[in-house]
Design a protein around this ligand. Sequence first.
Ligand code: C5P
Length: 232
Amino acid sequence: MAIADSPIIVALDFSSPKAALELARTLAGTPCQLKVGKELFTRAGPAFIEKLHQLGFKVFLDLKYHDIPNTVAKACLAAAELGVWMVNVHAWGGSRMLMAAREAVDKSSHSPLLIAVTVLTSLEQADLHEIGIHDSPENTVLRLAQLTQNSGLDGVVCSAQEIALLRKKISPDFKLITPGIRPAGSAQNDQKRILTPVEALQAGSDYLVIGRPITEASDPYVALQNIIQSCP
Ligand code: C5P
């Protein structure tokens, strides 16, 4: 598997930049990309992203921007100028916000993949009801994924259960990025509905976000190698 084409995105969910960098050094040269989220980015900032680039990684900056179109567009441009490979926004910001983000990212010479979050998997029917959404989570995911595609973005983050539904209704080149992945035999942790890496890829996922099965393994390098070898 070529490094640049690897479908595996390791979630660097650490509060300590030192621990995150240590893991990145351990995984350098293996076929995977890295995801940096709100906590680590807030602690370590753009300089940390630069360190990951120097180690040869492509970085998914998972900050889920959601604000007025002008603010999100400028944040996306700033992310693109950091040279990240993938950046995301909330589809709930609506089509004007999504299109403004698209336009901003296209202005950058780096032009990262621009994806959206539809419905957070932490939200259940009752939570949606509470905020005035009376449609089912599945229909809401589909509607927001279609809005994201129609707004010109490259893909969405979706749960493993949503892959089949989205693949039926959305164009094949629209990227699906899927957390909730657990290699056979590894701890489920707090993820509710999981798929193995192979199952998720066979169902039509393009990228697998995997955290604790690698970051908390006794040997993260071996854990990643085993996942890579299990992939088709
Ligand atoms: O450790 P684990 O493999 O469960 O980590 C999954 C990663 O994917 C975490 O960074 C988590 O925040 C993220 N994520 C998720 N479910 C979503 C969206 C993102 O687990 N719906």
